[in-house]
Write a protein that binds this ligand. Sequence first.
Ligand SMILES: [Fe+2]
Length: 241
Amino acid sequence: MDKFIDVHCHVLPSVDDGSKSMEQSLNMVKIAAEENIGAMILTPHYHPAKGSHNIENWRDTLEFLKKETCRVGIDMEFYLGTEIFYTQDVPDNILNGKVITMAGSDYVLVEFRTETEYSYIKSAVYDIISSGKTPIIAHIERYMCLLDKAERIEELRDKGAVIQVNASSIIGDMGFSVKRFLKKLLKKGFIDLIGTDAHSDNHRAPHMLDCFKYISKKFDEDYAYELMRYNALKLIANEEI
Ligand SMILES: [Fe+2]
């Protein structure tokens, strides 16, 4: 069975509200491996206004995580990315090279407040593209202005945005209406990437298998692989998704 790639997770220890320790990170990686995940793009929160990030520390911590994963005998590939909380400083920070992209590609993962207005998300997409990067909108199901508005998702994609949803939401963790909406988006082909957004080794652990089974059953296995592996491979290779 080909491995899945998790494009959104908070597995890097002690850098944000995700994993609290190396021990917890290793538990998360173990769970991911059992879930058929073979590679993870680690996406610690990046909040330009708070300045709480230390990118050199992230890189050192990643090297330590790689060594520890090897030591305990788990086969997992890691890449570094970040989940950027979008503010109007972000395009300048991108141009100044202050922002980590996804796995060294030209894609950036961005999130917004849940109550953000649609016009703000649209202009963010435009500004990120104008600064030379492709925005991946994190967990699209969280934004009130987009719920049950497939035409807005279509418009964002037409403008060049890539759409990410969480595996847990597809199988119903955010409730039935979100599940139904995401099924509609799947049917229309408006979802590009699926990640776990895992934050811990317990209630927000990195699960993808049930989502894979769901998409395979409702649609087909090739489609599930496209969203859980092949599009992520394109991302890592910096190819168009
Ligand atoms: Fe996240």
